[in-house]
Design a protein around this ligand. Structure first.
Ligand SMILES: C=CC1=C(C)c2cc3[nH]c(cc4nc(cc5[nH]c(cc1n2)c(C)c5CCC(=O)O)C(CCC(=O)O)=C4C)c(C)c3C=C
Ligand SMILES: [Fe+2]
Ligand SMILES: [Fe+2]
Length: 358
């Protein structure tokens, strides 16, 4: 039997179609310990995510984490689950729909996939191939590059491509942390919040953390987070003392990049900050880490420490400025591929002209 997947039967002489695959992290199928276990096993077995020696990590993961964490995480997921499902899945799906409708007139098809869980990256690649996509843009939805997020998403896409006999041409967006359209969409999100609720005393920007050793080994992630923070502050006209960049979601016992969001929230509470605005610029879509850890737990930490009002600003989700930004990021990458399409339309026009003569 062939090692390669059968090719979909589309016409090879039709115009080369462009495709975009949006890739996000993934989410369990249900907010239950039963669904969390395989999801966490897949996620935490990724060697891009945990870099401990394999044998040691297998002992810790199977012996401790997978016996304890699924139940605890399931409770957290249950607190944010919507009637349509996991917020991350719902938001990513509507981003894909919004992007597809913006690019539909440009012969570009869009699918989304999840690095862990469903719909898988392999399914995403196959769906695009089945629609005749010969030029494929891979777009991990993480604005800042980390080996454990964007790197791993691209690994999964390349692994899926390895199984194809007839590979498409491929481009990747490895990050967009300083893209003007992304920064403008974030600024628009904060400004809309300010218009509704008034301006807070400080803007806290919380990014997902990574282990400190990844920075020491050359991962650019924390630097990209700081750059996003600085550019957003500039776009909003904030002074250095008006905002703070910090890192959330610490996992395990090793040191992660600092300052930790929980420590900063406690400190700002102690300082009796009256109105704190909180945004998570590193998450394109609201999810467990933003809705539970930041909007709920973070609020409690701040208020318990003596803080005043805690105002969580939603992620970009399917806001119009963000979908426009996403479409621009795609168009820039797809641009170099267009001349070939133009050739094809010229060929089509010639064929039509010849048809008209006949
Ligand atoms: C084990 C270490 C982890 C690293 C490294 C890590 C990096 C990382 N993660 C995201 C984005 C998300 N992570 C989410 C959940 C989540 N993250 C970890 C661990 C690491 N992440 C765990 C164990 C979990 C599962 C939930 C839990 O049990 O607490 C999510 C939310 C998913 C959802 O369904 O809502 C996102 C998004 C980035 C961007 C990143 C590196 C920069
Ligand atoms: Fe994570
Ligand atoms: Fe978390």
């Amino acid at each position: 039997m062939s090692a390669f997947l059968p090719e979909p039967s589309f016409r090879h002489d039709s115009p080369a179609r462009l495709g975009v695959l949006l890739i996000n992290l993934g989410t369990p199928a249900a907010p239950t310990a039963r669904a969390l276990r395989p999801y966490l096993k897949q996620f935490l077995s990724d060697r891009r995510v945990v870099e401990l020696p394999r044998w040691l990590w297998a002992l810790i993961l199977n012996g401790v984490i997978l016996n304890v964490r699924p139940r605890k995480s399931a409770e957290k997921y249950a607190s944010i689950w919507t009637p349509q499902g996991s917020p991350l899945l719902v938001n990513t799906c509507s981003q894909a729909e919004g992007l597809a409708s913006r690019l539909a007139g440009e012969h570009v098809v869009v699918e989304f996939a999840m690095r862990y869980g469903q719909p898988s990256v392999e399914q995403g690649v196959q769906k695009l191939r089945a629609q005749g996509v010969e030029r494929l843009l891979l777009l991990p939805l993480y604005p800042q590059y980390a080996a454990s997020s964007s790197g791993s998403a691209l690994d999964a896409a390349f692994a899926a491509l390895m199984k194809l006999r007839n590979m498409p041409e491929v481009r990747t967006v490895r990050h967009y942390h300083d893209h003007p359209a992304y920064i403008a969409a974030l600024a628009a999100q904060v400004e809309a919040h300010w218009r509704q609720h008034g301006r807070g005393e400080k803007l806290l920007m919380s990014f997902h953390g990574v282990p400190r050793y990844t920075l020491d080994k050359g991962d650019p992630y924390p630097c990209e987070c700081h750059k996003t923070g600085r550019l957003l502050a500039e776009a909003l006209g904030l002074a250095a003392s008006d905002y703070v960049v910090c890192f959330q979601s610490r996992f395990g016992r090793t040191e992660w990049v600092k300052p930790y969001t929980s420590d900063v929230l406690r400190e700002l509470g102690r300082q009796k900050v009256g109105k704190l605005d909180v945004i998570c610029p590193g998450f394109a879509a609201d999810c467990l880490e933003t809705l539970e850890e930041i909007a709920m737990e973070g609020k409690e930490t701040f208020l318990t420490a003596g803080g005043g009002e805690y105002r969580y600003i939603p992620c970009l989700n399917d806001s119009a400025p963000w979908l426009e930004a996403l479409a621009s990021i795609c168009r820039e990458q797809l641009a170099g591929w267009r001349p070939a399409n133009a050739d094809l339309s010229a060929r089509k026009a010639r064929a039509q002209a010849m048809g008209a003569k006949a």
